[in-house]
Design a protein around this ligand. Structure first.
Ligand code: DGL
Length: 276
């Protein structure tokens, strides 16, 4: 039987997933990758379960139509609100031999090992926080760990509008970090549970007491993918390996190219596609 081979798909509501792609391609440069940012419909963080599920499924189907057998949902909000339903309900129908992986489980698997006090702060979008996905997943791997969550609804708009390094961003960084710390003085580890937030890393780190570690997801997700491909040679075989990367956006490609460098660290060329 012929195996359909294709690139690995990497998806986010906008630019954030590029912070994950950057780490994935650094660790696994041999694979081909397609990135899709649903910029026309970003942000997902404040949208309903149904809407995020509907948008994410459409994007996953787009990757499948382009020959991808493996798609990484490099967006916490979409991982929290859509992934399980796609894996359980849709995949058996639209792609029984295909796989869609998220960013929450790989982070939950390791985050407890960073903390000495066993008190972890999760900073994410409203959607990620209200889904309770992190407390539920972390409990499976670290039952003793206490998880404190803080929604940071202004951070993605600040980043998407390139205002994150300006003084205006300080107000919201201070506000949300203080709100998190007010929940527990024992927090010693903070996970940036939104793929956009690494762009605010320096400000977040500076706003927190120095003993608190701030953890970003890109490297964690990259290692987890490497491990997955080793454990699943049948999936590895379906991924082409020519070291190529292509970038797609559902909004204007010139805008995407201008902003993407901030997240990916290198200039890129993008194409606009229509989805939905
Ligand atoms: N980057 C997405 C995440 O990791 C959120 C961005 C959005 O709100 O669309 O949650």
């Amino acid at each position: 039987m012929l195996t359909q081979k294709g690139p690995i798909g990497v998806f986010d509501s906008g630019y954030g997933g590029l912070t994950v792609l950057k780490e994935v391609t650094a660790l696994l440069p041999q694979y081909d990758y397609i990135y899709l940012g649903d910029n026309a419909r970003t942000p997902y963080g404040s949208r309903s379960f149904e809407t995020v599920y509907h948008y994410t499924l459409q994007c996953v189907e787009w990757f499948f139509a382009r020959g991808c057998s493996l798609v990484i949902v490099a967006c916490n909000t979409a991982s929290a609100k859509a992934l399980r339903t796609i894996q359980q309900k849709n995949l058996p129908v639209i792609g029984a031999n295909k796989r869609v992986l998220g960013v929450i489980r790989p982070s939950a698997e390791v985050i407890g090992s960073f903390s000495k006090t066993g008190h972890i702060g999760i900073m994410g979008t409203q959607g990620t926080v209200s889904s309770q996905s992190y407390p539920l997943e972390i409990k499976k791997f670290f039952p003793e760990v206490k998880v404190w969550q803080q929604a940071c609804p202004m951070w993605v708009p600040l980043i998407e509008n390139n205002e994150h390094l300006n003084a205006g961003a300080d107000y919201f960084v201070t506000k949300y970090t203080q709100q998190l710390l007010a929940q527990s003085a024992a927090i010693d580890t903070v996970l940036l549970a939104c793929t956009h937030y690494p762009l605010l890393f320096n400000k977040i780190k500076a706003a927190l007491p120095p003993h608190i570690q701030v953890i970003v997801q890109g490297g964690i997700v990259a290692k987890s993918l490497q491990n997955y491909l080793m454990r699943h040679p049948e999936m590895d075989e379906k991924c082409t390996k020519n070291g190529s990367k292509s970038f797609f956006t559902t909004d204007d490609s010139k805008n995407f190219e201008q902003q993407a460098g901030l997240f990916y660290g290198l200039p890129i060329q993008a194409m606009q596609v229509e989805i939905g």
